[in-house]
Design a protein around this ligand. Structure first.
Ligand code: PLP
Ligand code: CA
Length: 305
């Protein structure tokens, strides 16, 4: 189809784009790494961007690790110069939201793993301690509920249970109890063609059970960009978002007024991008990337002196 978007960058065009941008935001899984393997060339791209004076940020919907554990992962995978301050995860941003925006007084009931609980605790947000649910005789009609709960936060949770769902929807009966989700991701690729359900699928269960809609903190919501912009003075017009999932990363970039680039080392394909481009539907416009590259290794040529 015609119109703008889905431009494959070559040589001087890529250089011109990089000249025009001061900040590069990278999604992590599918862009920087796949699971425990760095995308070929990614460590060099990050270092070179920094050497050229660009500011680099990492924006991940993965809520399972605290920031410091991302620093370790970057260094384990051969990235030598990534700092904690440059990493914005949906767990870190959920904690910032609860502390600085919602200013929640009382406790948060968390469906999620230890990483998100750690970020909340580091931010001074009180989390309900999970106790005693597996004792004989405890069931959904008599399990203890904490009267101090003022928010429910749902994230990726490999120990998700019917009991957690039941408790969360009881808390949400109180219309003053906030309902937040770390991210809307439906699923994630694993090795060998398998997938794992994402936070979005657990959130959907709770949305049905509570007849409420969650406020989404992660991409494609704008809050993660606001979080970065509040700490670093970012001009959206001079920022580029690089991601592998059209419905989260590219829509996030569009929602925040950034230029967007799809890389084909992850979830979404060129065909899907083209479908959004050809679609008449206005809500699909935000999912059309401005640029498409095979891999972020394509930055290397544009970064050579
Ligand atoms: N959440 C979980 C639990 C994941 O495993 C992943 C990817 O591996 C993500 C979210 C998506 O992370 P990203 O936004 O870096 O692609
Ligand atoms: Ca991704």
């Amino acid at each position: 189809g015609g119109g703008r978007g889905c431009v494959t960058l070559r040589g001087s065009q890529f250089r011109d784009l990089l000249d025009a941008k001061h900040n590069v935001l990278f999604d992590c899984d599918g862009v920087i790494w796949n699971g425990e393997t760095a995308v070929t060339g990614a460590p060099e791209v990050v270092s070179l961007l920094k050497q050229r004076g660009k500011r680099v940020f990492f924006v991940t919907n993965n809520c399972t690790r605290p920031r410091e554990s991302y620093v370790q992962k970057f260094s384990r995978l051969g990235f030598t110069d990534v700092a904690e301050e440059e990493i914005f995860s949906s767990a870190y941003c959920s904690a910032a939201y609860l502390r600085d925006v919602a200013r929640v007084q009382g406790k948060v009931y968390v469906i999620g793993c230890s990483g998100v609980v750690r970020e909340l605790q580091d931010a001074g947000v009180h989390v309900v301690e999970e106790v005693g649910d597996d004792e004989p005789g405890t069931n959904i009609s008599n399990c203890p509920l904490d009267p101090d709960v003022k928010a429910v936060l749902v994230g990726y949770d490999e120990n998700f249970t019917f009991m957690k769902l039941a408790k969360a929807c009881c808390y949400l009966r109180n219309s003053e109890c906030l309902f937040l989700a770390t991210d809307p991701d439906p699923w994630h690729p694993l090795r060998g063609g398998r997938i794992t359900p994402g936070s979005g699928s657990l959130t959907a269960a709770l949305e049905t059970a509570s007849s409420r809609k969650a406020t989404v903190i992660g991409k494609p919501g704008r809050f993660m960009f606001e979080c970065i912009a509040s700490q670093f003075d970012l001009d959206p017009a001079r920022s580029l978002m690089v991601g592998d999932r059209l419905e989260t990363d590219i829509l996030f970039g569009s929602n925040c007024g950034l230029s967007t680039m799809l890389t084909l080392t992850g979830v979404s394909t060129m065909e899907e991008a083209q479908k959004y481009k050809d679609s008449e539907s206005p809500e699909h416009k935000g999912c059309v990337p401005d640029y498409v590259v095979e891999s972020i290794a394509d930055f290397l040529e544009a970064l050579e002196e």
